[in-house]
Design a protein around this ligand. Structure first.
Ligand code: NAD
Length: 249
């Protein structure tokens, strides 16, 4: 893909699922990737798996607490010492929720918003400063189909994803003058490990509700990130790109 080779890309939640597939997609297109996870063990495991695919991949692992700006600063300093720039930030780390409001402590709601929205703010604030110096950069956020329709239980999750859309559209307007594009990808039902573990009948039943008649794959979502990060999308900013097979939930 045009404009990806040698780009320095930071991907949060890069140890598994959509994030790990996105890491592989950018590495195989010649990017240098800072892979972030929440724990040393899962980051090490992901790096080991990548080494098995290609010894030539340029990837470093980090496990900063995304709610602690000081730890994000330290990660950014290390990336800049090694690679001298950051071209793309993919805010992908996230947690889902399906607990009824009647069973939720206020702290539970706060925790979902912390990782799904506060962490994006923290990473974006610090990395946008770096991009501003270069007068260019791309910030991509992970929204969800629930940001269009809400969901039946687990109110924190759709609330956080509506906020991701608001943050994306607003930052596209604020940061455009600094040469920074900001977009989001809104996945539908994606076949990550959690979904793969479900009974085949359940998966078939879900698939029937999707006009394209299948679940999405992590690669479908990674392809959308790659396109939005590339020069092919050089005049696209403030967009929420649905990758959902036209599902209506
Ligand atoms: P996943 O659970 O497989 O991966 C989530 C990633 O986020 C992991 O790498 C995990 O380490 C990281 N993470 C979670 N909590 C963290 C924390 N406190 N600090 C740092 N990292 C943390 O999930 P996934 O399905 O691959 O989802 C990735 C993104 O896509 C999420 O933002 C999710 O909301 C969104 N999404 C997923 C689907 C789907 O169907 N899978 C649909 C719509 C949106």
């Amino acid at each position: 893909m045009k404009g990806i080779k040698n780009k320095v890309v930071v991907i949060t939640g890069g140890t598994r699922g959509i994030g790990f597939e996105t890491v592989k997609k950018f590495l195989s297109n010649g990017a240098k990737v800072a892979l972030c996870g929440s724990k040393k063990e899962t980051v090490d495991k992901a790096l080991e798996e990548l080494k098995g695919i290609s010894e030539k991949y340029e990837v470093i692992g980090f496990y900063p607490n995304l709610l602690n700006p000081k730890e994000i600063d330290e990660m950014v300093d290390t990336i800049l010492e090694k690679w001298g720039k950051i071209d793309v930030l993919i805010n992908n780390a996230g947690v889902s929720d399906n607990k009824s409001i009647y069973d939720q402590a206020p702290e539970h709601f706060e925790k979902i918003l912390d990782i799904n929205i506060q962490a994006i703010f923290n990473c974006t604030k610090i990395i946008a400063e770096v991009m501003k110096e270069e007068k260019k950069g791309v910030i991509l956020n992970t929204s969800s189909v629930v940001s269009l329709y809400g969901q039946k239980t687990g109110v924190g999750y759709p609330t956080s994803k509506f906020a991701v859309n608001g943050l994306t559209k607003s930052l596209a307007r604020e940061l455009g003058k600094d040469g920074i594009r900001v977009n989001a990808v809104a996945p539908g039902v994606i076949e990550t490990d959690m979904v793969k573990a479900l009974d085949k009948n359940i998966i078939d039943a879900i698939s029937k509700t999707i006009p394209l008649d299948r679940l999405g794959t992590s690669e479908d979502v990674a392809n959308a990130f790659l396109f939005l990060a590339s020069d092919m999308a050089s005049y696209i900013s403030g967009e929420i790109l649905s990758v959902d097979g036209a599902v209506v939930i």
